[in-house]
Design a protein around this ligand. Structure first.
Ligand code: HEC
Length: 134
């Protein structure tokens, strides 16, 4: 286990991601997204990302840059509605690590993704689903 290296890799991946939004993706990003799609299997019973239709959870179409708790017709917890969050890379990474602690009282029944690399992967997948920046 080499913590310094692991951290560096994570930072490199995060940096790559912030550049990747909507622009042509490098090979490495394509791999990351493919792995992220697998991680997203854990989310998809509750969250659609291709269709503006909510299931157990609100749909995640356009989630990057979207304010928390705004999907019409979805019954959010007060905690989520009043969180004041606008979802960006950092907020999503933090929420997915420990959903219950990050927004106490929110009603997403999901223990979180313990491994940072899973969070980076799923974020890459989510970002790959966002419409290209104008
Ligand atoms: C068992 C169902 C379930 C699973 C699995 C689940 N979620 Fe959720 N999620 C919810 C619910 C319900 C909410 C709304 C929480 C609230 O209102 O307090 C939510 C909220 C969210 C939000 C905030 C949405 C908004 O409109 O503000 C994001 C982002 C999110 N989830 C991402 C994920 C990701 C990514 C995964 C997989 C790693 C995941 N969730 C797994 C049920 C789930």
């Amino acid at each position: 286990m080499k913590p310094a290296r692991t951290l560096l890799t994570a930072f490199a991946a995060a940096a790559a991601l912030s550049l990747a939004g909507g622009i042509a993706l490098a090979d490495d990003d394509a791999k990351l997204i493919k792995k992220g799609k697998k991680v997203y299997n854990k989310c998809k019973t509750c969250h659609l990302i291709d269709k503006e239709k909510s299931k157990v959870g609100p749909h995640l179409v356009g989630i990057i840059g979207r304010a928390a708790g705004v999907v019409e017709g979805f019954k959010y917890s007060d905690a989520m509605k009043n969180s004041g969050i606008v979802w960006n890379d950092e907020e999503i990474m933090a929420y997915l690590e420990k959903p219950k602690e990050y927004i106490p009282g929110n009603k997403m029944v999901f223990p979180g993704l313990k491994k940072e690399k899973d969070r980076i992967r799923v974020l890459a997948y989510i970002k790959s689903k966002m419409p290209p920046a104008e």
